[in-house]
Design a protein around this ligand. Structure first.
Ligand SMILES: Cc1cc2nc3c(=O)[nH]c(=O)nc-3n(C[C@H](O)[C@H](O)[C@H](O)COP(=O)(O)OP(=O)(O)OC[C@H]3O[C@@H](n4cnc5c(N)ncnc54)[C@H](O)[C@@H]3O)c2cc1C
Length: 436
C-alpha cells in the first residue's frame, strides 16, 4: 500500500501541500515526475534547459533526505496506472495546473483514480488564491485587474508557508529513467543562460535573499521600471517551475505593496487562462481575430534577431536571446513594436518568447501579449502606440541598458510615424467592422 505524490510545476520541498499531507497520511510514498510533451504549446527550448537542471537539483535534494524521485517520459495516465498497480497505491496527491493541455491530462488522471477506487487530492498550492473561487458577485470570472485584486484582498491573507519535510525516508524506491532519457538536452546555443541562472529551490532562495537583503524590495516601486537597474526579483522562472511558492515570496516581500500586486498579476494571468482557455490562441476580444496582420518573414526575423534599428527594441531582443529573460518594461516595448509597428500577429511574438524565455509561462505570456496588443483582459488600448525612442528616453535615459546589448546600431526597418498611421488605419477597420 502506498500514496503517490505527482510533481508537476511544483519542484520544491518547502510549502508543498500535496507532499506534506501525503506524509501525514502515513503510507509509504512514491514520488513521481512525468514529462509528457503536450501536443500544443509544448515546452520551449530555454525552458527545457531549465527543467532539466531543476529536476537534477530536485532529485538531489530529495535523495539528501533519504527519498527517491521516479522520473518518466511518456503518457501520464499510462505511467501512473503502472505505478498504482505496482505499488498498490491508495491515494494520489498533486497540484493543479491551469494550462488547457494539462487540464486534459488531469481529467484523464481523475478518471483513472475513479476506475481504481483511489482517493485523489488536488491542491492549488502554486497560487495564493484558487482561481475557481475568485469570482464577481454574479459568480463570473474577472476580466479587469483592479477589481480582481480588490476581491483577493477580501479573502483571508495567504497562509504562512509550511517547512520542508525533515526526512523522506518513507519513500519507496523503484525503476526510474535517467534525466537524459527525458530528451531535454539541448543542441542549440544557450549563450549566457547557464552562467546566469541557478535552477532549483536553492537557486530560488538565493534570488529571493538577494532581493530582500540588498534592499531591492524597498526600492522596487521605482527601480523596477528601469532596465539598466537590477531592480526586480528575477524570480519568474523559479515561480513558473514552482521552485519557490508564491506564499514564500508574498510573506518575504511585505515591505512592498507594489511587489505583492505584481504577484497578484501572476494570479490574474492564471485566473484568465483557467476561465478563458481559448486565449492561448485567440484574443479575448474576438473582434481582433479580423485584424489585418502582415505576414512578413523578413521583418519577423529582424525583430527576433534584434536588428530593427530601434536600439531599445534590439537591446531587449538581445537580452532575451543571451539571457533567456527580458525586463518587463522592455517586453512591453518590443511587443508593441512587433504588433503595431510591424503589424505582425501577437502569436508570432508569443511563440518566440515561449521558445526563448526561461520563465515562459502560458498564462503570463498570453496575458502579456494580449495586454500589449490591446486585445486581452484589461489591456492597454490598441491606439496607445509606444514610440520606441520616447520609451528609451524615459526608461533608459543614460543609455546604459542599450549600450550593454547593442554594439552597432543597424538601419531602421520601418519609419515609426508611417507604421503608426498604418496600424491605426488597420485598427479602425476592425472597429468599423464591429459597428456594422
Ligand atoms: C509580452 C509579455 C510577455 C510576458 N511573458 C511572461 C512569461 O512568459 N512568464 C512570466 O512569468 N511573465 C511574463 N511576463 C510578465 C513579466 O514581464 C515577468 O513576469 C517579469 O518581467 C519577471 O521578472 P521578475 O521575476 O523580476 O518580476 P518582478 O517584478 O520581481 O515580479 C515578481 C513576480 O510577479 C509576477 N509578475 C510580475 N509582473 C507580471 C505580469 N505583468 N504578469 C504576470 N506576472 C507578473 C512574476 O511571477 C514575477 O516573478 C510577460 C510580460 C509581457 C509584457
Amino acid at each position: 500500500m502506498s500514496s503517490i505524490v505527482w510533481f508537476r510545476q511544483d519542484l520544491r520541498l518547502e510549502d508543498h501541500y500535496p507532499l506534506l499531507l501525503a506524509i501525514e497520511a502515513g503510507r509509504p510514498l512514491v514520488l513521481v515526475f512525468i514529462l509528457e510533451k503536450t501536443k500544443h504549446w509544448s515546452i520551449g527550448r530555454a525552458s527545457q534547459w531549465w527543467l532539466e537542471q531543476s529536476l537534477l537539483a530536485f532529485k538531489e535534494s530529495i535523495e539528501a533526505k533519504g527519498g527517491f524521485l521516479h522520473l518518466f517520459h511518456g503518457e501520464t495516465e499510462e505511467i501512473l496506472e503502472t505505478l498504482i498497480r505496482k505499488h498498490k497505491a491508495e491515494a494520489l496527491y498533486y497540484g493543479a495546473n491551469y494550462e488547457p493541455e494539462e487540464r486534459k491530462i488531469e481529467s484523464r488522471v481523475e478518471a483513472l483514480c475513479k476506475r481504481y477506487g483511489i482517493a485523489s487530492h488536488k491542491f492549488h498550492h502554486n497560487l495564493l488564491y484558487n482561481p475557481e473561487t475568485v469570482l464577481t458577485k454574479e459568480g463570473k470570472p474577472y476580466q479587469v485587474y483592479t477589481p480582481f485584486w480588490n476581491r483577493t484582498q477580501q479573502f483571508q491573507a495567504p497562509e504562512e508557508p509550511m517547512p520542508a519535510p525533515r526526512s523522506l525516508s518513507c519513500c519507496l524506491k523503484g525503476a526510474s529513467e535517467p534525466i537524459s532519457k527525458l530528451h531535454l538536452t539541448q543542441t542549440w546555443d544557450l549563450h549566457q543562460i547557464p552562467l546566469l541562472w541557478e535552477p532549483g529551490e536553492k537557486g530560488a532562495k538565493k534570488r529571493l535573499k538577494t532581493f530582500i537583503d540588498k534592499g531591492r524590495v524597498e526600492d522596487y516601486e521605482h527601480d523596477r521600471n528601469f532596465p539598466a537597474i537590477d531592480g526586480s526579483s528575477k524570480l519568474s522562472p523559479h515561480l513558473h517551475h514552482g521552485e519557490i511558492s508564491p506564499r514564500v515570496a508574498w510573506h518575504s516581500a511585505k515591505a512592498s505593496l507594489t511587489y505583492r500586486k505584481e504577484l497578484v498579476w501572476r494570479e490574474f494571468a492564471k485566473h484568465l487562462l483557467y476561465h478563458f482557455p481559448h486565449t492561448t490562441d485567440h484574443p479575448l476580444k474576438p473582434e481582433f481575430d479580423a485584424f489585418p496582420w502582415q505576414k512578413n518573414a523578413k521583418l519577423l526575423k529582424a525583430w527576433q534577431n534584434g536588428e530593427t534599428g530601434f536600439p531599445i527594441v534590439d537591446a531587449g531582443m538581445k537580452e532575451l536571446k543571451y539571457t533567456g529573460w527580458m525586463h518587463n518594461r522592455v517586453r512591453m516595448i518590443v511587443g508593441s513594436f512587433l504588433i503595431k509597428d510591424l503589424r505582425i500577429h501577437w502569436l508570432e511574438g508569443a511563440k518566440w518568447f515561449w521558445d526563448c524565455l526561461v520563465d515562459a509561462d502560458l498564462a503570463s505570456n498570453t496575458l502579456g501579449w494580449q495586454w500589449v496588443g490591446g486585445c486581452g483582459a484589461d489591456a492597454a488600448p490598441f491606439f496607445r502606440i509606444f514610440h520606441p525612442d520616447l520609451q528609451e528616453a524615459k526608461f533608459d535615459p543614460t543609455h546604459e541598458y542599450i549600450k550593454k546589448w547593442v554594439k552597432e546600431p543597424s538601419k531602421r526597418i520601418v519609419d515609426h510615424a508611417e507604421a503608426r498611421d498604418e496600424a491605426l488605419k488597420a485598427y479602425h477597420s476592425i472597429v468599423a467592422h464591429r459597428k456594422k
